[in-house]
Design a protein. Structure first.
Length: 485
């Protein structure tokens, strides 16, 4: 069948959306970004895809990765099984890189590009759940991780980290994070290379200490075998894969690149920026768990780190998480705009921060933090796997050809209005993928298929395969990845 996709063109915008096309220039680092979810004109596009490496690297040298790496050993894996899981789970950064190539093609953030998959109205629901809710949840988890490191730092000064101090610390870290998110894209691009270099230096010292104490032949007293082993392996891959899959918004950080930018370069620099530090830091967590008790990561690591270095390490943990959460808050702000709430991007970022701080205080003061991390990461994959699969499949079906200006049109005359504002192919594929994943999950609850397979969590591969297959079949049944005029 001949392609029904048009070449990129300019379309007249409705009064409702015209204001999105004429913002003041976005400005440079140190100035609040003027653009929100609007299309980025070609005259304002600049940069090289290699700059994406430091953005993703800075975000992935963080405390949560250490915790998750150590958790694999606590789950009963041998060291080499854990390392294999870490490499496998981090391969999902290739999907993050694939999604990022749609940014330069459309000159729009992921939150707008997904209108092509779900329709104008359907995409508002998608952004409310997969975009905003998941982003805020991850913001809260990472903020809680940074706060636990900061609590230890405060106590080293002789101040008891009581409830009041903990609340103040959480608010201070959130304020620093949200400041970067509010200033936006140019500031992120400027800051993240020095942050990456700083964190790399600190974690190199940690690596030396961990390598000296690690037990490279580590195996649990009662090694896992058979179905029980496979269940833990799949759960481990899900835990690791949750991080790259949470970035269904990677086009947010590539959309300022020129339209002619090499898609392979965007994919490669994005994927490597996540994969290399993801493997390195998670592996450090696993190696450390062979020598110390990682049920309390900070106390355990203090046993093998030099005393003078401990405050430096704690500061680095906080810095890495601020870098990670600045990206999350930035995308969450765009998601809130894409839901249909008419609010400036800077204010939407602050609103997201307020919600995340509330969840953080609950995670720290009410629930068990490690259990919260494990359960949330595994449960969010039920949504994130299928959502990523639909997005990636659409990019492949369209050969990454997105009409950025047309994506801005939210009226019933929009080429992305489909049926009553919803693309049935995207909606049904996402619903089918999520349903299939939910039947196979084993976290806060055990799905019937997971239970029948001995509590084996297959939610990640099943959700991805079902959602991708359904979307491809339904889209082709409707005549291809079609843009109707």
């Amino acid at each position: 069948m001949a392609s029904t996709l048009p070449d990129p063109h300019e379309v007249p915008l409705s009064p409702r959306t015209a204001h999105q096309e004429a913002p003041p220039p976005t400005g440079g680092a140190g100035r609040i970004e003027a653009h929100g979810i609007d299309h980025i004109p070609e005259r304002e596009r600049h940069g090289h895809p290699r700059r994406l490496f430091s953005v993703w690297a800075a975000a992935n040298v963080n405390y949560l990765s250490l915790i998750v790496g150590g958790t694999l050993i606590l789950m009963g894996l041998t060291l080499w099984q854990a390392l294999a899981v870490i490499v496998t789970g981090n391969l999902f950064w290739s999907l993050t890189g694939l999604l990022a190539i749609s940014g330069p093609a459309a000159g729009a953030p992921s939150e707008v590009i997904t209108r092509a998959m779900f329709g104008i109205r359907g995409n508002r629901v998608n952004n409310a759940v997969v975009g905003w809710m998941i982003s805020v949840s991850y913001f809260a988890l990472n903020l809680a991780a940074a706060a636990t490191a900061a609590f230890s730092l405060v106590e080293k000064t002789g101040v008891t980290a009581g409830t009041g101090v903990k609340v103040a610390v959480v608010l201070a870290i959130a304020a620093l994070t949200l400041t970067i998110g509010v200033y936006g894209h140019a500031t992120i691009m400027k800051l993240y290379l020095p942050i990456t270099l700083t964190l790399t230096a600190v974690f190199a010292v940690v690596a030396v200490c961990v390598f000296q104490h690690a037990d490279y032949a580590y195996a649990p007293a009662e090694p896992l075998t058979g179905a029980e082993l496979w269940a833990v392996l799949f759960s481990g891959v899900t835990l690791i894969g949750a991080a790259p899959l949470s970035y269904t918004t990677s086009a947010d950080f590539s959309r300022y690149l020129p339209r002619t930018t090499s898609a392979k370069a965007v994919l490669g620099w994005t994927a490597l920026g996540g994969f290399l530090p993801g493997v390195a830091v998670c592996s450090l967590g696993a190696l450390a768990a062979t020598a110390v008790d990682m049920t309390d990561p900070q106390a355990g690591l203090q046993r093998i780190l030099p005393g003078w270095f401990d405050p430096v390490f704690l500061l680095a943990l906080v810095l890495g998480t601020i870098a990670l959460n600045a990206l999350t808050s930035y995308s969450a702000g765009l998601a809130l705009q894409a839901v249909g709430i008419r609010i400036r991007r800077s204010l939407s970022v602050l609103a997201d921060g307020a919600a995340a701080v509330s969840l953080t205080l609950y995670a720290l003061l009410v629930s068990d933090f490690l259990d919260t991390v494990s359960n949330v990461l595994q449960l969010t994959v039920v949504l994130l796997g299928p959502a990523t699969a639909v997005y990636a499949t659409d990019i492949l079906l369209r050969h990454n050809r997105y009409d950025g200006p047309a994506l801005m049109d939210e009226t019933p005359g929009s080429p992305f209005w489909y049926t009553a504002g919803v693309n049935p192919a995207g909606a049904l594929a996402l619903a089918g993928g999520v349903t299939a994943a939910a039947l196979c999950v084993d976290t806060l609850y055990t799905g019937p298929i997971a239970g029948a397979l001995g509590d084996m969590d297959l939610s990640l591969p099943v959700g991805i395969v079902v959602a991708s297959s359904l979307y491809a079949l339904l889209t082709r049944a409707r005549g291809g990845a079609r843009v109707r005029r």
